[in-house]
Design a protein around this ligand. Structure first.
Ligand code: FAD
Ligand code: NA7
Length: 554
């Protein structure tokens, strides 16, 4: 009979779920990993659209904990492409023999905490029922796809794609392609397909600021220099704010002359990377309106210089703050110099309807299309939770708990009072960073917490368990076992801290998925911890050193 009870059930097999599975298995727990997808990879399983790649530099978009693998597993370009990230995650799964602990095409639909038995009862789409003491959700913060509500969307007879659920293959040669969405994803798709298609039309609602990525092959010397410095590199990353491998600037924009400002922006432009342009140049680009405008002016000038057709250039020029997730590209604006690439400003002429043959605008203009691509993003952060029935104490659902709180709330991005032994990886109000280092931080914290609760008496050093049995003489606690639960005041305090931290942020004044503004009807609220990774790690250390403060005693 297939085993259906585990110490821990991990839902999601992307960066987060894979490491969490490995970590708990290596501590001796019985663990199962499930995913709705057909295989491992998470984001990189689903987002197979042309041009899909990281905007974190390759050497930092990976796990830090396997030193041998860091040196041996090569990366060829400055950015990792979707197939490469997927291959890397598969490689880790094989290297640690994790696949036998995973089950795919298995979607968690319903989870209920049973207070008497102190277990979570999890029901899946394929009828499978699991019980588990610890339910660890690694559902992804950018994984519930968002389709726009546009009249007639279901009538289109051509090929339709969403970037976040891209099938294995496509052939756009000689086809008229329309794309809605010009965020990170839309920019990548357009840059990749412009030269392959007969005609490409970008239906753009809000113009974006994008800077060059600086992609290209890495030299052996570059790789060797990185390979010689891994400890230093990860140390710097963990000690930084956004964890992108550079020191964040400490200089205000207006503290230098106009010439010096131009020089610094130009240097960042030449080096490439969106986060570097936003956070390495000056320390107030995202907090001071005048500083922000300087960055905006620089990028607008570059767009004007790059795009030859003044009308296309005008439509591509953003006029709001430079305060969304910063984009970078491999020649996005250049594509608009091609005769087969056009842009429609939806702010000037909104879409009236999608029809059987294409798109009709409010002024009656019709665009006949063979292919329609939705690069319209995700119901981010909490979207993958609120769509599910996850019920804690007294049958209260997570959705209702968050609705009552006016948005998704947690303690430390992972814990919610009333939902004992439920731990979220990259849950609401987790750090806004390059994600693998934050994921590792959370996985390690959660694993320590579980280990402390299960094996190691308060204050003692955790030691290994093998096959579910303690090796240090401690016996497995008899049911109902440990109950790890955040205190309501911890959740309130953390939520308030996250709100306070972005009080002066221009991100908050700019409409994007980061605050939930991209989904009609969604409560707009703070969904990230903007204090940075170093500060977050310091908080976690204080929590541990204080004997896991903020949790009910267990
Ligand atoms: P995911 O990779 O999203 O995995 C979540 C998994 O959970 C999915 O496989 C999903 O099928 C599964 N799942 C969800 N709900 C259920 C359920 N109910 N039952 C079962 N399974 C479920 N981040 C960066 O830091 N740098 C980048 O350069 C970067 N580039 C990105 C590019 C794109 C196109 C996208 C979409 C995201 C990018 N991100 C980037 C963010 C990226 O999501 C994270 O870096 C990382 O991959 C997240 O890993 P994860 O395991 O937490 O979540
Ligand atoms: P984003 O950044 O949310 O971008 C979505 C794009 O889709 C954006 O240009 C939106 O315009 C556009 N959009 C969404 N709905 C509509 C409707 N109804 N009509 C027209 N245009 C629409 O998603 P991405 O996938 O690009 O990136 C998400 C993250 O994944 C990214 O930050 C990386 O971290 C990886 P808008 O700007 O809202 O006017």
């Amino acid at each position: 009979m297939t085993q259906s009870h585990f110490d821990a059930l991990i839902v999601g097999a992307g960066f987060s779920g894979i490491y969490q599975l490995h970590k708990l298995l290596s501590q001796g727990f019985s663990v199962k990993g499930i995913d709705a997808a057909g295989d491992v990879g998470g984001t990189w399983y689903w987002n197979r659209y042309p041009g899909a790649m990281s905007d974190t530099e390759s050497y930092l978009y990976r796990y830090s904990w396997d030193k041998e693998d860091l040196v041996k597993y090569h990366w060829k370009d400055h950015y990792v492409k979707q197939t490469e990230v997927l291959a890397y995650l598969n490689h880790i799964v094989e290297r640690y023999d994790l696949r036998k602990h995973m089950q795919f095409s298995t979607e968690l639909e319903h989870a209920q905490y049973d207070e008497v038995r102190n277990v979570w009862v999890v029901e899946c789409s394929n009828g499978q029922i699991y019980t588990t003491r610890y339910l660890i959700t690694a559902l992804g913060l950018l994984s519930k796809t968002n389709y726009p509500r546009i009249a007639g969307i279901e009538t289109f007879l051509g090929e339709m794609y969403h970037t976040g659920k891209w099938p294995g293959t496509h052939d756009f040669a000689n086809k008229r392609v329309g794309i809605i969405g010009n965020g990170s994803t839309g920019v990548q798709v357009m840059t990749a397909i412009a030269k392959q298609v007969k005609h490409l039309t970008s239906f753009q609602r809000t113009p974006q600021y994008s800077v060059p990525s600086g992609d290209g092959p890495v030299s052996k010397e570059y790789r060797d220099s990185i390979n010689a410095r891994w400890d230093e590199i990860w140390g710097q990353v963990r000690d930084s704010n956004v964890a992108f491998g550079f020191e964040e600037s400490k200089i205000p924009t207006m503290s230098v002359s106009a010439e010096e400002r131009e020089r610094i922006f130009e240097e960042a432009w030449q080096k490439g990377n969106g986060f570097r342009f936003m956070f390495w140049t000056f320390n107030d680009v995202t907090t001071d309106e005048a500083a922000n405008e300087e960055a905006c002016k620089f990028i607008r000038k570059k767009i004007g210089e790059t795009v030859k057709d003044p009308e296309k250039a005008r439509k591509l020029q953003p006029d709001d703050f430079y305060a969304r997730r910063p984009l970078c590209d491999a020649g996005y604006y250049e594509q608009f110099n091609r005769d087969n690439v056009d842009i429609v400003s939806l702010r000037e002429t909104p879409i009236e309807a999608i029809t059987e043959t294409g798109i009709t605008l409010s002024n009656g203009t019709k665009y006949d299309l063979d292919v329609l691509i939705f690069a319209t993003g995700f119901d981010a952060v909490d979207g993958n939770y609120t769509r599910l029935a996850i019920k804690g104490r007294d049958g209260v659902s997570l959705r209702d708990h968050w609705a009552e709180n006016g948005g998704p709330t947690t303690y430390l991005g992972s814990f919610v009072p009333g939902f004992p032994n439920l731990f979220m990886l990259t849950g609401p109000n987790s750090p806004f960073t390059n994600l693998p280092p934050t994921i590792e931080t959370q996985v390690e914290f959660i694993s320590d917490l579980i280990f402390r609760a299960e094996v190691s008496p308060k204050g003692s050093t955790a030691s290994a368990r093998v096959n579910g049995e303690a090796t240090n003489g401690a016996t497995k606690p008899s049911p109902p076992g440990p109950v790890i639960e955040a205190l309501p005041e911890s959740e309130q305090k953390w939520t308030q801290e996250c709100k306070d931290l972005c009080e002066n942020s221009l991100f908050k004044k700019t409409s994007s998925w980061i605050f939930g503004a991209n989904i009609p009807g969604k409560t707009q609220t703070v969904m990230f911890y903007f204090g940075g990774l170093a500060a977050y790690r310091k908080v976690l250390k204080e929590v541990v050193d204080g004997g896991f403060v903020g949790f009910r005693d267990f």
